[in-house]
Design a protein around this ligand. Structure first.
Ligand SMILES: Cc1ncc(COP(=O)(O)O)c(C=O)c1O
Length: 353
């Protein structure tokens, strides 16, 4: 698939302070855009980041037919640009597309288009420790008709945003005992817009009560621990690292499966099994609970310093960095991603440089 280039003459990169990056507020000069109509993907274009013009009746505005991915590009010490397991994001994007009745996208647009965009925008990949270029591929339904049915027209787009990792400080979380994020047979395992919109209100209530995130539980009983806002979860009981199995309700996180592999590689005992709220509370009382952390592309590894259930707060005893599995996992993962240590798993992919 050839890609049309419509590049801007002037870059705004010099206006950006790469030492004070937030998350997702700044965008590079160019994006990739590709439309789907008449049953086919059209020629993709790499063009300036400018607002879209859409029909107000476009189905994305009314029925939320929208999916996205989150990935990152990293720079090594020699200025080469690397991706981490890009094929997995591509595969998951197409699984989300199927679940949301959207057309799957070929590798030649998603992956080859991304490589070309990154090659053009390589100056935007930060070098600062902990920083990276966040990549947001997404697809929306653009058909202008109010009938509540599958759209026939779609737009795929890739945005690039230089970022720092967020939640770098340990966070307090609340375990959900009323609201739910996902249900069996639903769309919890898809990266679709409504999953996130539906979390905003309960998360806002939790924020007001002093918690940064919610740990979602199963919708039927609120007794099984599942995942957090944009993170999968790990619980360390004594020296065993436990993560719930993925399901129709839980996103199959790429960081999660990488941590499982890394932990096994480092000789840490792992268990993929359901874990209940009661087991967590009991382990907190006996002292078996040593750590809880979330894993995800945006947050990388995020340490949880306390959890709340009902009216009760359960603080965790802070560990020294060399005792913490969260710190070990974060270090092992980011060292591979930024090419500071060898990648025995074949996860890293060189884009350019
Ligand atoms: C709901 C949810 N769970 C888990 C994750 C972590 O997935 P990954 O490690 O692939 O970024 C994310 C982020 O993508 C997410 O949105």
């Amino acid at each position: 698939m050839s890609i049309k280039l419509d590049l801007s003459e002037r870059s705004h990169i010099n206006e950006v302070d790469f030492n004070a990056l937030g998350f997702g507020n700044i965008f590079s000069d160019h994006m990739l855009v590709c439309d789907y109509r008449d049953g086919a993907w059209q020629t993709p274009t790499i063009t300036s980041v400018t607002p879209f013009s859409l029909d107000p009746s476009a189905k994305v505005f009314h029925y939320g037919q929208a999916i996205f991915e989150g990935m990152k590009a990293y720079k090594d010490n020699h200025e080469a640009v690397w991706l981490f397991r890009p094929q997995d994001n591509f595969d998951r994007f197409n699984l989300s597309a199927l679940r949301m009745a959207m057309p799957t996208i070929p590798e030649s647009i998603f992956l080859d288009g991304l490589y070309q965009l990154l090659t053009i925008e390589q100056a935007w990949v930060p070098k600062q420790t902990g920083s990276s270029l966040y990549i947001r591929p997404f697809m929306i339904a653009t058909n202008g008709t109010l009938s509540a049915s599958i759209s026939t027209e779609f737009r795929f787009c890739i945005l690039l945003s230089p970022v720092q990792s967020y939640y770098s400080e340990p966070i307090n979380v609340k375990i959900a005992d009323r609201y739910s994020r996902a249900a069996n047979g639903g769309v919890g395992a898809a990266k679709t817009a409504g999953n996130y919109a539906a979390q905003f209100y309960p998360t806002h209530l939790a924020n007001q009560a002093g918690y940064q995130q919610i740990i979602w539980t199963d919708d039927a009983t609120h007794s099984m621990l599942e995942e957090a806002g944009t993170m999968n979860l790990f619980f360390r009981l004594n020296n065993s690292l436990i993560t719930p199995p993925t399901s129709e309700r839980i996103l199959d996180g790429i960081t999660r499966k990488s941590i499982l592999t890394l932990a096994q590689h480092l000789g840490i005992h792992t268990e993929v099994r359901p874990i209940t709220v009661q087991e967590l509370i009991d382990a907190s009382h006996t002292g078996a609970l040593k750590e809880i952390f979330g894993s995800g592309t945006a947050a990388v590894v995020s340490t949880i310093k306390s959890f709340a259930y009902g009216d009760q707060d359960y603080p965790l005893v802070p560990l020294l960095p060399n005792e913490s599995y969260a710190q070990q996992m974060k270090h092992a993962l980011t060292s591979i991603q930024t090419k500071h240590t060898p990648d025995p798993f074949g996860w890293t992919f060189k884009v350019c440089g």
